[in-house]
Design a protein around this ligand. Structure first.
Ligand code: B16
Ligand code: MG
Length: 216
């Protein structure tokens, strides 16, 4: 018998596909610095923080910068990224997301967001989903990025439930590792080859329902 009481959702790659906007903004930055990187490289940026992403990208370009300049570059990338997410609308919500959120809330489960992004509130407002979350924990609150479990443990704490009463929905391997380290169940969103360790892997939230939660 499942004792799940709460669902914690990653944002990018689970609720909306903002990865495409991150990619465009990072690519623009890399191009201005005189190099390029591939969509394959971009996969490695999923779920990790803005500053860690910048470090990886500068490494790929063989470019070194002072800490002050790195801050300027991250700020510039975020400005371009925010210009794009400012144009987001509810049609960009990934299939099944609103329906699943509404059904779990109607059934009495609590809901939280557990994202590395510092822009999560803006995105949830733009796609009109903010009211479906009891608690939001994101990159503004945490001091340690995924795979550290902090973001999900803070979510459980905010919801007043135990970690083992939570299931996390996550598309990035760093996020699956964070959820497992938190002692939570994990539903991977993506491919089972990549998301090893997840209790279940599906292609999207349109493939899960209340029965899925009971089976965990
Ligand atoms: P920001 P998630 C993550 O969101 C993205 O997957 C990752 O690519 C990004 O670097 C990170 O947010 C930080 O985003 O620059 O907006 O603070 O998947 O944890 O929801
Ligand atoms: Mg993600």
């Amino acid at each position: 018998m499942s004792h799940i009481k709460a669902c914690i959702f990653d944002l990018d790659g689970v609720i909306v596909d903002t990865a495409v906007y991150h990619f465009k903004a990072w690519k623009r930055l890399a191009n201005e610095l005189g190099f390029d990187f591939t969509e394959e490289d971009n996969e490695k940026l999923k779920g990790i923080s803005r500053t860690q992403s910048l470090e990886l990208i500068l490494g790929w370009g063989g470019v070194s910068k002072t800490d002050e300049h790195k801050l300027e570059l991250a700020t510039l990338k975020n400005k371009w990224y925010v210009e794009m997410i400012d144009e987001m609308h509810p049609e960009e919500i990934l299939p099944g997301t609103r329906e699943f959120l509404e059904s779990v809330r109607d059934a009495g489960y609590k809901t939280a967001l557990g994202s590395a992004s510092k822009n999560s509130v803006k995105i949830l407002e733009k796609v009109n989903l903010i009211n479906l979350f009891d608690v939001i924990v994101d990159g503004n609150e945490v001091t340690a990025s995924k795979p550290d479990p902090q973001v999900f443990l803070e979510g459980a704490r905010g919801l007043n439930v135990n970690p083992d009463e939570c299931v996390v929905f996550e598309d990035a391997i760093a996020g699956v590792e964070a959820a497992l380290a938190a002692g939570m169940k994990v539903v991977g969103i993506g491919s089972a080859e990549t998301l090893t360790g997840a209790d279940l892997v599906v292609s999207g939230l349109d493939k899960v329902n209340l029965e899925t939660l009971k089976g965990l």
